[in-house]
Design a protein around this ligand. Structure first.
Ligand code: ADP
Ligand code: MG
Length: 703
């Protein structure tokens, strides 16, 4: 036992490097490490030995099953459990797990989103072991399950998941970054890894109340609901003291995550009431992605144990902030350098400036793709709504780098770097220290934050595989061009310098240090020619432009067929999600709200009749006015309901997925708003005992 709960539980459920070193024969361990580092083919001898050690370890821990754990295009994870059981003759059994079972699994690809790549008649798909992400144990009511992180591809080799392209993109950026470093004279570096730290926002609501709302159950967000008297205006929730029930939840969540080897680090209350955040310490992109999927899953699971429900939707409540996921991203060499670390004097740091210029150019050239990579229907409610960065992609550099970039652009040379000033509190007993060289900019979608970029647009419910695949690929594309130019140069230093200046000049339009929430920026961005794709549907075509296809094919991340399939999957996902929302609204309005309002107006009418009968000439103005107003709103709601119903039927007839998604975006969304408005207006008028569901005040302030 360690001294502390963290030491006691950390990585207890992970088949990690130290377990492998302890349990694998030395030559096998060495071979596996080499395969992991250099990406060579896995031979069966290694696979069999690892499978054996994994099985022994899992059995000791009480495991009964194993599963190939993968990340299909649904955005969540998938698993099918197989027990270790094997018949051993004479009615006996033994427990088996072979290298073949470790390496390869089979699954019905047609039952997962595949964008038409797999028909039901030719349905085979394979899961293959990602030996670079450690296996782990999941323990719940199903018992203990050995989970093996895998990639998921079709029989014909197309990626059907989020992990395969991420792994391919990591190889692509490593290869191109190493080429650039070689050209700059670094002979040591063999591999450049991509580090990711995703900060996860979420809401907690009482589960009994949650279960009374169909919209939360089916869509993860409230489709109706008037603002309570108090929202987030007092700024009293952000970093506020944790409520007991939330604190107990966070405590258990941390323990569960530490057991899985997840470096859960920071926890706090967020801006909106009932909103919170958890951030782990960053790690290699594919492991960070696996971990973030687990964070989301464990958040939901642990919440139920506390009779809470964890909402990961981007906009569970209108009128208060929604949730995002900041994707912190950097490039790290195998000899330990962070390529995005500017050092103390960035104006002298040619290597840093070159990588910085590459990122700036990549973001400018592929802004639409980045926008898409952060998108899901839920995030359309946030981006550009004054609580999250706008849908326009720009890069924030901060004062120090902005100054260096301006020097380079204006005179072709940078001769100084602003240094951090002393932080003075004016109180003699408080320590003075040197400030960060740049302030933060919460309004920027893509901000440089010291030694990494923070992509702040990403949706809270989304896998970070997508955004990081896109980031790696577009930056790899620029690095490939840089490497090709530098490899040919006679004087590499001066060629690199010229390349930095030229790149920054050409792409300075994407750099913006001001207030991204202001209307002025929207106009300014338009003048600069920066795209402003307001919705996910507007951004999907970015995936299949000839420019995108050529970059992704060149770097072998996704081919044309895979990209086209993904575009189709996104359109379909958008249409399906909105269809469920629209149908849920119809259901709630017709079965719950309208009958409740009818009861209310009928009671009002009866009350008017009774009172007038009891005493002729008595004042019933209040009841009459309420009766008129609520009857009018009721009629409006009924009309909007009919319209929404007919639009849903119309949408179902549209065969082309892109057209269908656009119809949902342009027509159904407006119909949904038209139905919500009268019902939200009625909510505060109608007596509380009539209202059929818990309201915002109950949901946001009850725990
Ligand atoms: P902030 O609060 O300014 O966003 P933090 O230091 O809390 O900064 O970092 C937020 C997230 O960024 C954490 O997950 C952290 O581990 C991660 N992070 C820090 N440095 C890096 C890096 N070099 N590359 C990727 N992620 C990083
Ligand atoms: Mg942050």
């Amino acid at each position: 036992m360690g001294q502390n709960v963290i030491e006691d539980v950390f990585a207890k459920d992970v088949f990690n490097d130290s377990v492998m070193r302890e349990r694998l024969p030395k030559p096998i361990y060495k071979k596996l490490k080499k395969i992991m580092a250099e990406g060579q083919d896995l031979d069966m001898e290694v696979a069999n030995a690892v499978a054996h050690a994994m099985k022994e370890w899992a059995l000791e821990r009480g495991a009964t099953h194993y599963t190939h754990w993968f990340q299909p295009m649904t955005g969540i994870t998938a698993e099918k459990h197989d027990s270790f059981i094997q018949p051993a003759g004479e009615g006996g059994i033994m427990l088996e797990f072979s290298g073949k079972e470790l390496v390869k699994g089979e699954s019905d690809a047609s039952s997962f989103p595949n964008g038409g790549i797999r028909d039901t008649c030719e349905a085979r798909g394979y899961t293959t072991w990602d030996c670079t992400s450690p296996a782990f144990l999941k323990e719940d009511a199903a018992g203990v399950i050995l989970c093996i992180p895998t990639a998921f591809c079709s029989y014909t080799g197309e990626a059907l998941d989020k992990k395969t392209p991420l792994l391919r993109s990591m190889e692509a950026i490593s290869e191109q970054a190493v080429r650039v470093l070689r050209a700059l004279g670094n002979e040591e570096v063999q591999m450049v890894g991509c580090s990711v730290g995703p900060e996860q926002e979420y809401f907690l609501v009482d589960r009994d109340m949650y279960l009374q709302r169909e919209d939360l159950i089916f869509t993860g967000r409230t489709l109706f609901g008037a603002m309570p008297p108090k929202g987030q205006e007092l700024d009293d929730h952000y970093f506020g003291t944790l409520k007991e029930r939330v604190a107990a939840y966070m405590k258990e969540l941390n323990i569960e995550l530490w057991k899985l080897g997840i470096l859960a680090k920071t926890q706090h209350n967020e801006v909106a009431p009932a909103q919170h955040e958890l951030a782990p310490i960053y790690g290699t992109a594919n492991i960070a992605t696996d971990h973030n999927q687990l964070v989301m899953e464990v958040m939901k699971k642990v919440a139920k144990r506390h009779n809470l429900e964890c909402l990961l939707h981007e906009k569970p409540f209108a009128g208060v902030n929604g949730s995002g996921k900041h994707d912190n991203w950097s490039l790290v060499t195998d000899d330990g350098q962070n390529l995005l670390d500017p050092g103390k004097t960035p104006h002298h740091n040619l290597q840093f400036l070159l990588f910085l210029a590459a990122v700036v150019r990549a973001v400018d050239e592929h802004a639409g793709l980045l926008r898409l990579s952060a998108s899901c229907p839920g995030n359309d409610h946030r981006l550009g709504a004054n609580e999250a960065p706008p849908a326009i992609i720009s890069v924030f550099l901060g004062d120090q780098l902005q100054d260096v970039v301006e020097q380079l652009i204006s005179s072709g040379e940078a001769t100084s770097s602003i240094t951090g000033e002393k932080f003075l509190t004016g109180v003699s007993t408080l320590p003075d220290f040197t400030k960060d060289v740049a302030d933060r900019n919460r309004t920027s979608p893509f901000a440089f934050t010291g030694n990494k970029f923070e992509f702040r647009m990403v949706a809270s419910s989304l896998s970070v595989a997508g955004p990081n695949t896109i980031l790696n690929t577009i930056v790899a594309d620029v690095l490939e061009d840089f490497a090709t130019q530098l490899e040919k140069a006679e004087d590499v230093k001066s060629a690199a310098h010229d390349l930095i200046v030229k790149t920054l000049k050409e792409h300075q339009r994407v750099i913006f240090n001001g207030d991204g929430y202001s209307d002025g920026w929207i106009e300014e961005a338009e003048r600069r020619g920066l795209p402003n794709k307001k919705t996910m549907v507007d951004a999907i075509p970015e995936l299949v432009t000839e420019k995108t296809i050529s970059v992704f094919e060149k770097l072998k991340v996704l081919n044309r067929v895979e990209l086209e399939a993904r575009a189709e999957i996104y359109y379909e996902a958008y249409a399906k999600e909105l269809n469920i929302e629209a149908k849920t609204m119809v259901d709630m309005a017709s079965k719950e709200f309208i009958p409740a309002i009818i009861t209310y107006v009928t009671d009002l009418a009866a009350s008017i009749n009774e009172i007038t009968a009891a005493c002729d000439g008595v004042n019933v103005e209040v009841q009459t006015e309420l009766l008129k107003k609520s009857s009018d709103l009721l009629a409006q709601a009924q009309k909007a309901l009919a319209k929404l119903r007919s639009s849903i039927a119309e949408a179902a007839e549209i065969k082309d997925v892109a057209k269908q998604a656009n119809f949902f975006k342009d027509v159904i969304k407006a119909d949904m708003d038209a139905l919500r408005a009268p019902i939200d207006e009625l909510e505060p008028m109608v007596g509380k005992e009539y209202w059929p569901v818990p309201c915002y005040a109950d949901l946001l302030f009850s725990i």
